[in-house]
Design a binder for this molecule. Structure first.
Ligand code: HEC
Length: 294
């Protein structure tokens, strides 16, 4: 397998056309044409499987794990909490089968709403105190509820609409910028690893394509499960779960940039913007989360 080669100049040339403020539709076309050209054997839906779309051996091993998924208990427990916190009251269709519509821009609040953002607001609105309930964005019980909601959306095609209003476009472009901008001591952009070097190795890891990234979150990661169980001294059903924004934090850390934290009980606006752009790029790909990852 080829090692990651960071030819900065080649990347800059590749980046230039995406950085200008093009229409989201043009961005999407360019974004996927790149992947389709690089991987002529893959169909759009194949990208829902991350690295397992690229490597047959790893895929076989992963399919074995998914036969008896380690997240099953977590989904059941997430469903119980979904009921306990009366989540169905706040969402369209009682909160069932709606993940694919997130994030969306709301013209009334003039904000981009993520599923997790709305979920936290819902729990508060229903009179629960997230601090007392130990509900934190990103992981644990909270991610377990989000994982259950994702599970009920399996098979539905990602359908994010980028509202053309000025404010919405500013958020979209902020997210796009985050994706293409170099950061951290290592000076890597998301796109360096997950677009221009996807399919190559970086420190023993095969790099997944960014197309399809958002279809399977929250994921259930072995690494997270082990770490949490070790910290608590026992394992629980939610240990492995993490939302897409938890993953963003991890990937920021990989390049030695500081992960962005929620602020005053709200998700970090920079990550919300990134999620808006990043999820839109996967429009049409069916939700297949939660999925097991390393
Ligand atoms: C130095 C390379 C590097 C950079 C830069 C990087 N990542 Fe990652 N990322 C990885 C590795 C390695 C993994 C684990 C293997 C994989 O699935 O790609 C990963 C995994 C992910 C995953 C999970 C994929 C899946 O299928 O579960 C997402 C989502 C992701 N990265 C998003 C991002 C975003 C968004 C950025 C920019 C903020 C970013 N990454 C920056 C290396 C990187």
């Amino acid at each position: 397998m080829k090692k990651i080669i960071l030819a900065a100049t080649a990347m800059l040339i590749g980046l230039a056309p995406m950085m200008a403020d093009a229409s989201p539709r043009d961005d999407l076309k360019k974004f996927r044409n790149y992947f389709f050209k690089m991987n002529p054997g893959l169909k759009l839906q194949d990208y829902a499987n991350g690295i397992y779309a690229l490597d047959a051996n790893r895929r076989a091993e992963w399919e074995n794990i998914e036969e008896f998924p380690p997240y099953e208990e977590g989904i059941d427990a997430g469903k119980a909490l979904f009921k306990k916190y009366k989540v169905g009251k706040c969402f369209k269709n009682g909160g069932i089968g709606i993940r694919q519509l997130y994030p969306y821009y709301d013209r009334k609040t003039r904000k981009v709403h993520t599923l997790e953002g709305d979920l936290m607001a819902c729990i508060k609105k229903n009179g629960f105190n997230p601090k007392k309930e130990k509900l934190k964005f990103g992981k644990g019980k909270f991610a377990g509820i989000a994982a259950y909601m994702t599970y009920t959306s399996r098979g539905k095609a990602t359908n994010v609409k980028i509202d053309p209003s000025k404010k919405s476009m500013a958020i979209y472009n902020r997210g796009k910028h985050h994706f293409y901008a170099k950061r951290g001591q290592l000076n890597f952009a998301c796109a360096d690893c997950h677009v221009y070097n996807h399919g190559m190795m970086a420190r023993g890891n095969l790099l997944s394509p960014a197309l399809g990234h958002t279809s399977h979150f929250p994921v259930w990661r072995r690494k997270w499960a082990k770490k949490t169980a070790k910290k608590k001294g026992k394992s629980g059903p939610f240990d492995g779960f993490g939302t897409i924004q938890r993953r963003y934090g991890g990937c920021n850390k990989q390049v030695r940039a500081k992960p962005l934290k929620p602020k005053k009980g709200h998700q970090n606006p920079e990550y919300v913007a990134l999620e808006y752009f990043h999820t839109y790029m996967s429009n049409g790909i069916k939700i297949n989360g939660p999925a097991v990852r390393q």
